[in-house]
Design a protein around this ligand. Structure first.
Ligand code: ADP
Length: 195
């Protein structure tokens, strides 16, 4: 099939990172998580990491000019030739438009946007569980509240954006990891069949 460019959308704590990793493994495609790339820069104390730190610690978005160039660099690497899974990008309409523009210049487009949906209470519980296990600095209750607000204000509008492009696939992200993954696979098999 042609190059598979998948975008995973959904609020913090919805479990899209777990699902993106599983699918990437299955399809042998790179899993590009902007959050994970930023955390790596933080750990290595790179220039980009130093610039991103205060935004991430507060649960705000890292400015677009830093984020977009980082992603574009990554998408230009040879392992992205067959396709990729974007997790955590785009995170606002400006990033969505930048992605579209860059893809268009290469004669490509997003194949599908998978939108993970779950009630707020489930998200808050999952993040609290993850905070205990991973000790992420942006998983404190105060920061989580802000991240959810940032999601509503900035990332939420990407759902109607993707719908307008007829690439949106929304589904219930409640249940076990395997149950949710089965739903992801149905969507992906449908994409392959329609290719
Ligand atoms: P979650 O999905 O649980 O909120 P992520 O690991 O995706 O966590 O992101 C963690 C943090 O990294 C975000 O709160 C934000 O500060 C930064 N970040 C990740 N992706 C982006 C992006 N596309 N644009 C701006 N900031 C981002």
């Amino acid at each position: 099939m042609s190059k598979l460019i998948l975008v995973f959308l959904g609020p913090p704590g919805v479990g899209k990172g777990t699902q993106a990793a599983k699918l990437a493994d299955d399809l042998k495609l790179p899993h590009i998580s902007t959050g994970a790339i930023f955390r790596d820069h933080l750990k290595r104390e790179t220039e980009l990491g130093k610039k991103a730190k205060s935004y991430m610690d507060a649960g705000n978005l890292v400015p677009d000019e830093l984020t977009v160039s980082m992603v574009m660099d990554r998408l230009g690497q040879p392992d992205c030739d067959a396709g990729y899974i974007l997790d955590g990008f785009p995170r606002n309409l400006k990033q969505g438009e930048e992605l579209d523009k860059a893809l268009q210049a290469r004669g490509e487009s997003i194949t599908a946007a998978l939108n993970f949906d779950a009630p707020r209470s489930v998200l808050v519980d999952r993040i609290a569980g993850r905070a205990e296990k991973e000790g992420r600095k942006d998983d404190t209750p105060e920061t989580v509240k802000n991240r959810l607000e940032v999601y509503d204000a900035e990332t939420g509008p990407l759902t109607p954006w993707a719908d307008g492009k007829r690439i949106l696939h929304s589904f219930d992200a409640q249940g076990t990891v395997d149950e949710i993954y089965a739903r992801v696979k149905v969507v992906v098999e449908g994409l392959k069949a329609g290719d």
